[in-house]
Design a protein around this ligand. Structure first.
Ligand code: NAD
Length: 295
C-alpha cells in the first residue's frame, strides 16, 4: 500500500510519516525540507496549490493523509486568501487528482476549530459548527468537500484538539502555549497567562493522534468525522503550575489581558473514536516532563 502524507515536514506530519514509513511504502510532501533526519529522503518538496504538481505526486498512491495547511489563526485574519489557498485549494486538488488516479482512501486532518465556542462540554462530533476565524472556516470547508466527494472516494475526517509534542512551534495556536511557558521557566521567569487562566483545553500528545490516524486508515467510516483528544480538560492555570513545578520555579504566574477570540472551554467527547478501538495514552505531567529538555 502506497501512502502519501502531506505536510510531512510539519509537527504532526513528521511523526505520522516516521511511523508509517516503518510499515508501509510511505512518502511525504511539503513546501519545506524536513528537519527530521529519518524522513529527509522520503519527503518530496512541492506546493499542493499547484494542480499539475498534485497530479504527479498522487499517481500510484492508495492513501492520502492530508495534514498540509496554514495553521495560524492570526495569519488567517491577516491573509484569508492565503489561508483559503493552502487549506481549501490543496484539499480540492488532492481529492480531484486522487479520484482521477484511483485513490482508495483520503484521510483529512481537520480541527476542533470547526466547533467555535462550545455550547456543551464535552464536545461531540454532532456539536454545532460555528468557526470563529477564517482558519476555522477553511478547515470546515475542507470537511464539506470530503463529505461530498465521499461518494467517489472513501474519505475520513479527523478532528484533533490541542496537539503537543517535542516538535511543536511556539507560534502554533493550539499548543504553542506549552512551548512558550517552557521557554519562560527555562529563563527562570513565570509563565504569562492571558486572562484568568480558567480557560480549559484538551491537550493530546501527538502519539495519540498518530495512533488514531492509523486506526482511521483501517477502520474509519467514509464521510464520517472523529474527534481526537483525551476527554480531559486542563486549565491554563493548571498547565502553568505543572510546568513551573517541573522547572522548580517558585511564585505564581503573571497575568495579562485576555486575548480576543479565545474560547473559554474545550474538551473532546471521544466516544466515537473509542468505538473504533482508540484509547488515549496521553499523561500530561509525564509527557511534559519527557519533552521539557527537547524543546
Ligand atoms: N497542532 C495542532 O494542535 C492541531 C490541532 C488540530 C488540527 N491540526 C491540523 O493538523 C495539521 C498539521 O498541523 P501541524 O501542527 O503539524 O502544523 P505545521 O504547520 O507544523 O505543519 C503543516 C505543514 O504543512 C505544510 N504546507 C502548508 N501549505 C502547504 C502547501 N501548499 N503545499 C505543501 N505543504 C504545505 C507546511 O510547510 C507545514 O510543514 C493541519 O492540517 C492542522 O490544521 C493541528
Amino acid at each position: 500500500m502506497r501512502i502519501l502524507v502531506t505536510g510531512a515536514s510539519g509537527q504532526i506530519g513528521s511523526y505520522v510519516l516516521e511511523r508509517l514509513a516503518d510499515e508501509y511504502d510511505a512518502v511525504g510532501v511539503d513546501l519545506k525540507v524536513p528537519t527530521i533526519k529519518a524522513i529527509k529522503d522520503i519527503v518530496i518538496r512541492g506546493d499542493l496549490r499547484d494542480f499539475n504538481f498534485v497530479r504527479k505526486v498522487v499517481r500510484g498512491v492508495d492513501v492520502v493523509i492530508h495534514l498540509a495547511a496554514q495553521v495560524s489563526v492570526e495569519n488567517s485574519w491577516k491573509d484569508p486568501v492565503y489561508d483559503v489557498e493552502n487549506n481549501i485549494m490543496t484539499t480540492i486538488n488532492l481529492l480531484e487528482a486522487g479520484i482521477k488516479t484511483g485513490l482508495d482512501r483520503f484521510i483529512y486532518i481537520s480541527s476542533a476549530a470547526v466547533y467555535g465556542d462550545p455550547h456543551h462540554i464535552p464536545i461531540d462530533e454532532e456539536h454545532p459548527k460555528n468557526p470563529l476565524s477564517p482558519y476555522g472556516v477553511s478547515k470546515l470547508t475542507g470537511e464539506h468537500y470530503c463529505r461530498i466527494f465521499s461518494e467517489k472516494v472513501h474519505t475520513v475526517i479527523v478532528r484533533p484538539f490541542n496537539v503537543f509534542s517535542a516538535r511543536m512551534d511556539p507560534a502554533n495556536p493550539y499548543s504553542g502555549v506549552i512551548a512558550r511557558f517552557i521557554s519562560r521557566v527555562k529563563q527562570n521567569l513565570p509563565p504569562i497567562i492571558y486572562g484568568d487562566g480558567r480557560q480549559t483545553r484538551d491537550f493530546v500528545h501527538v502519539k495519540d493522534v498518530v495512533n488514531f490516524i492509523e486506526i482511521a486508515l483501517r477502520k474509519g467510516k467514509s464521510g464520517e468525522a472523529y474527534n481526537v483528544g483525551t476527554g480531559k480538560e486542563t486549565s491554563i492555570l493548571e498547565l502553568a503550575e505543572i510546568i513551573m513545578d517541573l522547572a522548580r520555579v517558585k511564585g505564581s504566574p503573571e497575568f495579562g489581558k485576555p486575548r480576543k477570540g479565545d474560547i473559554k472551554r474545550s474538551c473532546a467527547d471521544i466516544s466515537k473514536a473509542r468505538k473504533l478501538g482508540f484509547e488515549p495514552e496521553t499523561d500530561l505531567k509525564k509527557d511534559l516532563k519527557d519533552i521539557f529538555d527537547k524543546i
